[in-house]
Design a protein around this ligand. Structure first.
Ligand code: NAD
Length: 246
């Protein structure tokens, strides 16, 4: 499959699904801006892409900081060319019961997961709309559809991401930009390993119809499909990887 996109901006590229996506896109020949709050992690991924012959850049940003996001998108564009693919993976998933949740805990998750998606999509969307070409892919979650005990802030933020994705798809279609989201299901990353106990992990894997949970590289394959021609005539869709089993 040939990807006709040239420059990818991948947030959350230092770990998990973002890291696997950045590496897969670089293998397909895209120039990749690997963006993460953790600069050392982004730099490690950049080095891996460069060692394989790719053109890549590592940038640090807190996606919850609107001005910093605007500056980061401008910096990536100046170094690599304007991004025509966004893969927005940056996110956090702390656990807390609603009745024990502080204002700060609620705000922090909304700031990173929902405000951050808005800031990144707005900054990249302006560039894509001007060039009349682009593909945006957000990482959502089935928690945004079905809720999350001890994770209402995460569920609400991901529900917001889905609504934002669909709204942006409507607004940007006339500008030649498509916007979709992936619901990856439980995927073996530092986030899910930190969120689930070993027992929960084993139980989910055992219940899964395919007998195991997703690997980040498998989600990256879907990212590559959506980044290619398959994703250019598809917009406003939440692509769910795995059937819900409980
Ligand atoms: P991960 O924790 O492995 O990676 C997330 C990356 O985002 C990290 O490198 C982290 O440093 C970065 N990040 C966090 N906050 C940031 C901020 N404020 N600014 C910039 N970067 C920031 O997580 P993952 O499992 O790869 O998750 C990627 C996305 O997929 C997330 O949006 C997550 O909600 C979603 N998702 C994951 C799963 C799963 O099972 N792993 C399931 C459903 C949805």
């Amino acid at each position: 499959m040939a990807l006709d996109r040239q420059v990818a901006l991948v947030t959350g590229a230092g770990s998990g699904i973002g890291r696997a996506s950045a590496l897969a896109l670089a293998r397909q020949g895209l120039r990749v801006a690997a963006v993460d709050r953790d600069l050392a992690a982004a730099e490690a991924v950049r080095q891996q892409m460069a060692a394989a012959g790719g053109t890549a850049l590592a940038l640090t940003v807190d996606v919850a900081d609107s001005a910093a996001v605007d500056a980061m998108v401008a910096q990536a564009g100046a170094a690599l060319g304007s991004p025509d693919l966004l893969v927005h993976c940056a996110g956090i998933a702390p656990r807390q019961a609603v009745l024990d949740m502080s204002d700060h805990e609620w705000r922090q998750v909304m700031a990173v997961n929902l405000d951050g998606t808005f800031y990144v999509a707005r900054a990249v969307g302006r560039v894509m709309a001007e060039r009349r070409a682009g593909t945006m892919i957000f990482l959502a979650s089935d928690r945004g559809l079905y809720g999350h005990a001890r994770g209402a802030h995460y569920a609400a933020s991901k529900g917001g991401v889905i609504a934002l994705m669909k709204s942006l798809a409507l607004e940007l279609a006339a500008h030649g930009v498509t916007v979709n989201a992936i619901n990856p299901g439980t995927t073996d990353t530092p986030m899910s390993r930190a969120t689930l106990s070993d027992d929960e992990w084993q139980r989910r894997a055992a219940q899964d119809p395919l007998g195991r949970l997703s690997r980040p590289e498998e989600i990256a394959e879907l990212v590559c499909f959506l980044a290619g021609p398959g994703g250019h005539f598809m917009t406003g869709q939440l692509v769910t990887v795995r059937m819900r089993f409980g």
